[in-house]
Every structure is written in C-alpha cells, then in structure tokens.
Write a protein that binds this ligand. Structure first.
Ligand SMILES: CC(C)(COP(=O)(O)OP(=O)(O)OC[C@H]1O[C@@H](n2cnc3c(N)ncnc32)[C@H](O)[C@@H]1OP(=O)(O)O)[C@@H](O)C(=O)NCCC(=O)NCCS
Length: 389
C-alpha cells in the first residue's frame, strides 16, 4: 500500500510488465515461438542471411535483390574505424573484450558525423555504421591483445565470414561461415530484453544512438544475459565427461545455483533459437572428432529434464558457446560475438523509441526509515551511525 492507501503491485525485475508496443519482434514464451517482423526465426535461420535479416529489422520488409545489393555495399563501406579508436583499444587491451567493446563503441561517438542527430535518417545511417564497426572493434582487439597485425576487411566476404576472417586471420570455410551467419541471425533481435530495454531507457532521455548502444553493451555483459555462453563452455569443461553431468546438476541445484544455458525470463518452452545451434554443435563436434562436447550437453539436458516440466529449458546460449569453442574462438569473445549479432536489434529498438519517445521512469516503493531529524556530526553516537558503511 502507498501512504494514501492506494494498492501498489510491485513487479520486481519488471516481470510480465508491458511498457510499450513494438512492431519488430513477437515472442510467444509458452509456445516457444519467435518472429522478426512476422517472419519465423526458423525460416530466417534456414533461408536468410544476416545482411537480409538486418535489412528486414531496420526497414521492416525483406529487401529486393537490388535493395539488398545496395545495403550490402553500405555495410561493406562502413567497415572502417577511426585511427584514434585503435589507440583506445590498445590502451585498454588487457581488459575483458566486453569492456573493450563498450569503451571503443563509446569512443566512436566522438568521430561520427551524425552523432547528435536523432532523426530517423541519421539514426539509420549510424545503425548501418555500428553494425559494421562493432565486429571490427572485436576483431581489432583480438589481434592487438595478441600482438598481431590488424587484419583488413575483405570486401569479397559477407558480414559473418568477414567477421571470422578479421577475428582469426583465416578465411573461414563455407560451413563455419554459414554457422556464424545463422548465429548472428538468431541473436539479431529479441524484444525488450535487458540490453535492448537499457538502450530504450537511454534513448528515452533523448540521448544519442551511441550512448544507447554503449549502455546496451554494458547490460549484455552480465552472466544472467549475454555472459551465459561463456559460462556454458566453462561448465562443459568442468564436467569433462557426460557421465558427470547428472552429479553436476544435483550439486548446482542443492546450492540453489542456476545451471548455465537453462532458463529464460520469457520462454517456458524451449528457446526456438536453440535447435539451430544444437544442430551446429552436433555436426561440428562430430566433424572435428570431439563428440564429447555434444554428449556432455546432451547429458546435461537429460539431467535437467525434471526442471523442463517447470518451464526451465535450454536457451540459445547453451549451444552457441560450444559452437564458438569448436571454431577455435576464445571463451571471452563469446559475449562480444553475441553483441555483434545484436546491433541491428538494439538500433531498431532505439529507432522505435525515438519515433514515439517518452521518458522511461518507473517507481520504487520506499521502505526505508521514517522521517527523522538531521544529527550534526559532532552529536552522532554509535547508535545513530551504526548502519552507515
Ligand atoms: C535467465 C534467468 C536469469 C531468468 O531468470 P528468471 O526469469 O528470474 O527466472 P526465475 O527465477 O523466475 O526462474 C523460475 C524457476 O526456475 C528456476 N531456474 C531458472 N533458471 C534456472 C537454471 N538456469 N537452472 C536451474 N533452475 C533454474 C529458478 O530457480 C526458479 O525456481 P523457483 O521458482 O523454485 O525459485 C535464469 O534462468 C538464469 O540465471 N539462467 C542461467 C543463465 C543463462 O543461461 N542466461 C541466458 C539467458 S538467454
């Protein structure tokens, strides 16, 4: 109850709260269904490309062949970073790649000619630039921190293949490039998740796109959100053998700790994105002669079956991390890869926010001390200060 007797419902974590309408992403958590602009994630994962899906998210429709070619050229033309951004990456190269990405993305604001123009045309131009620049930052940092020369983008390669190329210095095979492309499609957008909501809160104050995306990257870095993929791989390594999976789950649940890669705020059925990555893990782990990883994950799913009845199922990150690992990508790059895929989703959410903007400002119900008199410092006793830090 509030002071004036009004009944107040508190929705901790804003669980189940609708705060606006969106034309971008439909999620049915019970049915395990996900649509981008009305198109099933399964059709997009199996039949589209990241570039096409990105166009769909930003413009609202699938592109014609010509429109896609123009868009692709724009994305390729945007594959460049200002020289001072490389210096900033060098200065912070020993930090976690998500911290480096956040810092360098923030720095991009200083060099973007449209930085303070929040019109939809300028935001769209910046969205395209950021979509190309975010993977470049991740790749540049990977080279810099290992003392290697930077890898120039290859205009012959599509977005996902070029990302892998810049990250590893090797042109990826068709299968690896396709799997990364699918991964980026699956991660491209997901409604008002924690990072997209953060971006909208920042945009709600009329701050610029770079500010919103920098904040979104910060929100994505936590283990309850993007960090899960990194932790899933660590968990698989800790388990080491499929025979140990059941014991691991028992121990985690006894300690009331979450099993990474399971559970989701919205999905009560299996996360529809998971199946595409599961197929990738199965194929890759057998092709690379390391079936153990697929078997450990399968044993974990078995051990978690009793929780599935309560709506705790695998999420997309459960399989994504192992795909990256089998592609030789270091664990601390798993979340940045998620970020690179999510840029179109963040930017389109900011577009929507700007298009019908309102300050996002919920309330907390005060339950601290009752009003009290200020005590001058010389009169404070142990009892008046004992709750202070
Ligand atoms: C994603 C996550 C934060 C969602 O949390 P949430 O919406 O607050 O979920 P809830 O806390 O309401 O979970 C409901 C129940 O399922 C259980 N549960 C949720 N995730 C679980 C997990 N990963 N392992 C075991 N049990 C889990 C909770 O303990 C809770 O049980 P209780 O009702 O007996 O307390 C949570 O599932 C989690 O931490 N998962 C692991 C991290 C992860 O994979 N994140 C990536 C998300 S894409």
């Amino acid at each position: 109850m509030s002071d004036d007797g009004e009944k107040i419902d508190i929705h901790r974590g804003l669980k189940g709260v609708y705060f606006d309408r969106s034309e971008v992403c439909f999620i049915d958590g019970r049915a395990g269904e996900l649509l981008y602009r009305g198109y099933s994630i399964h059709d997009l994962a199996e039949r589209s490309t990241f570039e096409e899906t990105c166009y769909l998210l930003l413009y609202g429709e699938l592109p014609s062949r010509d429109a896609l070619a123009t868009f692709d050229a724009e994305l390729k033309a945007a594959r460049e970073l200002p020289a001072p951004v490389y210096d900033i990456i060098r200065a912070v190269r020993n930090a976690h790649p998500m911290d480096v990405l956040r810092t360098a993305t923030s720095a991009l604001a200083a060099f973007d000619r449209d930085v303070d123009d929040n019109s939809s045309e300028a935001t769209l131009r910046k969205s395209v630039r950021l979509t190309s620049q975010v993977p470049m930052i991740i790749a540049a940092h990977e080279q810099i921190r290992h003392g290697k020369p930077l890898v120039a983008p290859d205009p012959a390669l599509g977005h996902a293949a070029n990302f892998l190329y810049m990250l590893t210095g090797r042109t990826p095979g068709d299968d690896a490039a396709k799997l990364m492309d699918t991964d980026m499609i699956l991660h491209a957008e997901h409604g008002s998740n924690a990072s997209a909501f953060t971006a909208r809160v920042v945009a709600g104050t009329d701050a610029n796109l770079h500010a919103a995306i920098t904040a979104a990257i910060a929100a994505l870095s936590g283990p309850a959100h993007g960090g899960a993929a990194e932790n899933v791989m660590r968990m698989a390594q800790e388990i080491g053998d499929p025979a140990n999976a059941a014991e691991y789950v028992k121990r985690k649940r006894a300690n009331k700790e979450p099993v990474m890669g399971f559970g989701h705020r919205v999905y009560r059925a299996e996360d529809p994105r998971a199946r595409h990555m599961r197929a990738g893990v199965e194929k890759l782990s057998h092709a690379m002669g390391e079936p153990k990883w697929y078997q450990i994950l399968a044993a974990l799913v078995d051990a978690m079956k009793p929780y599935a009845r309560h709506g705790v199922n695998v999420n997309v990150d459960f399989y994504a991390g192992v795909v990256y690992f089998l592609n030789g990508i270091p664990e601390d790059l798993f979340v940045p890869i998620f970020a690179a895929g999510r840029v179109p989703g963040w930017t389109v959410q900011v577009q929507e926010q700007f298009a019908n903007n309102i300050l996002i400002r919920p309330l907390t119900l005060y339950n601290g001390p009752a009003p009290r008199a200020y005590v001058p410092i010389e009169e404070r006793t142990a009892t008046t200060t004992e709750t202070s830090p």
